[in-house]
Design a protein around this ligand. Sequence first.
Ligand code: HEC
Length: 113
Amino acid sequence: MTKTFPTLTLLACCLALYSTDLLSSKHAHARTHQIMTAMDNPAAATYNSNCASCHQRGVMGAPKPGDSRFLADIDMLVENAIKGIGNMPARGHAAFLSDDEIRAVVEFMRSPN
Ligand code: HEC
């Protein structure tokens, strides 16, 4: 019991957060959109798994998909995404992504629709 208690508390917190999110139809809609896009475009799936946590809501000033910052030179954007810049961690903490995968995601983030 003493061991499982913190785990259960953590689980309960996650569940609480998750269900609040589910109750908001706006987020549910956004999620459906993300899933559908992911089926059409593998880069969208990579984005959802590795970049959306910051970029979808602009955490710490991360530019959202379609932001005018993505109109900058593509090679420079890709290089900054690979090496990291400001609060943007190198490869978004996803070191397993290849340079080509990063490029494909940045291209997706430029014009997500
Ligand atoms: C931990 C949060 C976080 C994650 C995860 C993250 N980013 Fe970022 N990203 C940022 C922030 C914050 C910025 C703005 C950096 C700045 O200019 O200070 C940024 C900026 C960028 C930029 C713009 C760089 C420029 O030159 O203006 C690109 C491109 C980018 N991220 C790509 C990605 C990709 C691709 C992924 C997933 C593989 C990713 N990011 C994951 C936080 C994140």
